[in-house]
Each structure stands twice: as C-alpha cells, then as structure tokens.
Design a protein around this ligand. Sequence first.
Ligand code: NAP
Length: 256
Amino acid sequence: MGKARILILGGTTEARRLAEALAGRADLDIVLSLAGRTSDPAPQPVPVRSGGFGGSEGLARYLTDEAFDLLVDATHPFAARISANAADAVSRCGVAAFALRRPAWQPMPGDRWHAARNVPEAIAALGPSPRRVFLAIGRQEAHYANAAPFHHYWVRSVDPVEPALTVPDVAYIHAKGPFRLEDELAMLRQYGIEVIVAKNSGGSATYAKIEAARQLGIEVIMIERAQAAGLAVVETVEAALHHIDHLASSLIKRGV
Ligand code: NAP
C-alpha cells in the first residue's frame, strides 16, 4: 500500500495536536515544518524540519522534490508571509492543500476592545498620555513600542526581546502559555495595568488575559487579522483530520 506524504507547516498548538493525531498511521508519512525561531521548541510527535524554505519558490521546490501529496498550513493566524507563500507554492506545483486556522475571538458583553489593523496602529492608539501597558504581541514586533516611549510597558514573550526596547520604563516577562485566568487577573492587578495590546489569535491558550481584562474593565487594543491567504480553511483539528482521511483515501486509491 502506498503512503500519502503530508507536510504540516506548524509552530502552533493545533499543528502539534494534528501531528499527534496522525503520528503512527501506517497510511501516512508526516513531516512537520517549524520556522526555527524558538530556542527551545516543544518536542514533536513526528519528524521535524526547521528553517525557511526560501520563499514560495523554495517551498514549491521542496514539495516537489520531496514528493509531498498534501500541504497543511497550520501556522499562526498572524504568520501572514508563510501562509501567502504556501498558497502561492501550491498554485505553482499543484500539490493539494488546505489551512487549519482557529477562529478569531469575538467581543462579548463587557469587553472594551478597540480594533487596530497592525502593531504600529495599536501603539498609536494608546494615545498621548502615559499609560501602564501590557504588551502581549510576541517578541518580533515589540520594538514598535519604541515609537511611544512615554508609556510604562510590561512585555510578555516566550523568548527574550532582542534587541531590548529603547523606552525608559519596561519590564520583561518570559512565559509560555497556556495561561490561567487567576494568574492573569493577579498579574494585571499586581502591575496596575490600564490597557492591553493583544493580537486576535483565537484559541484558548492565550484567551485568559482577554477574559481577565473583561472582568477588571481594562481596555484591550485588539490587533485584527489581515485577510487570509487563498487556501480553503478548516477551523479545528478534528475537521482537518476528516479532510485528511478523505484526501488520503483518494490518493491511495490512485496508487500514489
Ligand atoms: P511569517 O512572518 O509568516 O514568515 C516569515 C518567514 O519565516 C517565511 O517567509 C518563511 O521563510 C519562514 N517560516 C515561517 N513559518 C515557517 C514554518 N512553519 N516552516 C518553515 N519556515 C517558516 O512567520 P512568523 O510570524 O515569523 O512566524 C514564524 C513561526 O512562528 C510560524 O511557524 C508561526 O506558526 C509561529 N508563530 C507565529 C506567531 C505570530 O504572532 N506571528 C505566534 C505564534 C507562533 P521562507 O520564506 O524562507 O520560507
């Protein structure tokens, strides 16, 4: 029996959960791809490759050379470049593909959200007077806070922000989700946070800060997602598994 080869573009909890569910299946060969940004990535249940492909052309070449039958883009909703590359690559090389992307959070009664389109816009939306800001947008774009150096910042990320911000008042919190509501409530109270800057990532692992902000009446500058790239989207690992079963059986029937 032939095996269907699947490349999962990962770096998310969902990608790891999908890989876990597919590991050990006799009809599939799975490779998980990571960008290689995290210094201490979580152990993965399937073979991993790490680092960029060299744009969409590089990804198309990799898919062809390694004879993949299916690409699953399970990257983070804010990893826009790799998702655009994935859509472009499969349109070049004709490999089947879909995206696994968790739905965005929706505002609930009591939420005080202010929408922003990107990080610079979110920093500008903090306004002209000094505020106590919890910056929860990851380390790569934290430097945009340098444009508003008069706020007091608490910056949370998995790995250190390098280079450090140039603002005079900043504290760094190194932590990896999932985060618990009681811990987020305690932290927001302890630092006297007045406003949170967050990305609308969706999912449960980082939602506790949003719920905590609602309970404490704290404003959230919510950075919304850009328009997703052109692949068909499923929202849950279960739906992805269903899709893969369907595709795998047709690939194997074709004698791939
Ligand atoms: P990005 O801006 O969309 O991608 C930048 C470049 O990194 C891509 O062009 C590609 O390089 C490489 N790359 C990204 N993801 C890759 C993957 N899974 N495998 C191989 N190469 C990859 O991505 P990003 O926002 O820096 O995110 C990097 C990784 O962190 C992704 O795996 C993402 O799922 C994860 N992540 C991102 C966020 C976020 O807020 N952005 C949050 C949590 C996790 P080439 O062009 O050379 O192929």
